[in-house]
Design a protein around this ligand. Structure first.
Ligand SMILES: [Zn+2]
Length: 262
């Protein structure tokens, strides 16, 4: 495959242009709303394009992109959806995490939680948790993430995740998902390694006065609304009832664990 077209335009779309396309499209496929996307020159097609104009490039998931490439779908259909992207209409882009049949290890900040159903709870609400679906026998993850202004940015409901179209950026590269609040400011970064591990690489959120922030390898801070704080650099725990619990006036770590190593 040639790396340039007849006008000498490189096949590689610059990162800043891709981000503009994501922002305009609400971070997902303009047709179906799935969040793992590819970039497609719509009008003109890449072969005839003289520049990478973000307004002439659209976001399509692999399945929808394939239908366009095979000409099962018309270019007109893509142009129509590009003018009214599904994620902008719905307010979010979505996809599914593959969690599997066993409870995965959850890595969060500098901590590792094995066989633990509640990873983070704040003010009585589960921020990140796992439960077995009685019908399917599969493990399902749920969670609600906010930014440091206490605005919801990302939610997981029984493994389906939804990232708000109001975010500055949601980018999925390989198996890493990054939500940015602004340029160079990460609100949430998740790496999936199914079926064994779910890794919160980076988080910075506020929930009704409770603050949760951390970076993998550096540990994390949990702060209650009254200022009570726990700072953890590293911890490995197994079979706990809960991981991090933030109350109005307290923060606790590792509830009823069979094994806990700091
Ligand atoms: Zn699609």
């Amino acid at each position: 495959m040639r790396n340039t077209n007849k006008h000498g335009l490189s096949r590689n779309i610059p990162a800043a242009v891709k981000r503009e396309v994501r922002q305009r499209c609400g971070f997902g496929c303009v047709v179906c709303g799935l969040a793992i996307i590819q970039y497609e020159h719509v009008d003109p097609e890449y072969a005839d394009a003289k520049e990478h104009d973000p307004n002439k490039i659209t976001a399509l998931c692999g399945a929808c992109h394939d239908k366009v490439t095979r000409r099962v779908w018309s270019k007109e259909k893509v142009i129509r959806h590009n003018e009214k992207p599904k994620c902008v209409v719905d307010g979010y882009a979505s996809d599914f995490f593959d969690i599997g049949q066993n409870v995965p290890k959850v890595v969060f900040g500098g901590t590792e939680w094995i066989e633990t159903p509640v990873i983070i709870e704040a003010l009585g609400e589960t921020i990140l948790g796992l439960a077995r679906n009685d019908d399917s026998g599969m493990v399902e993850m749920s969670g609600v993430f906010r930014n440091d202004d206490d605005q919801e940015i990302f939610r997981i409901e029984n493994n389906e995740w939804k990232g708000s179209a109001d975010n500055f950026d949601i980018d999925v590269v390989g198996n890493v998902l990054t939500v940015r609040k602004e340029k160079r400011k990460i609100a949430l970064k998740i790496r999936v390694e199914p079926p064994n591990a779910f890794i919160v690489e980076e988080i910075d959120m506020l929930f009704r006065g409770a603050r949760i922030s951390g970076v993998r390898g550096q540990g994390f801070n949990a702060v209650a609304p009254d200022g009570s704080t726990i700072v953890v650099a590293g911890l490995k725990a197994e079979n706990c009832a809960a991981g991090v619990i933030i109350g109005e006036t307290s923060v606790s770590l590792g509830q009823r664990c069979k094994k806990l190593r700091l």
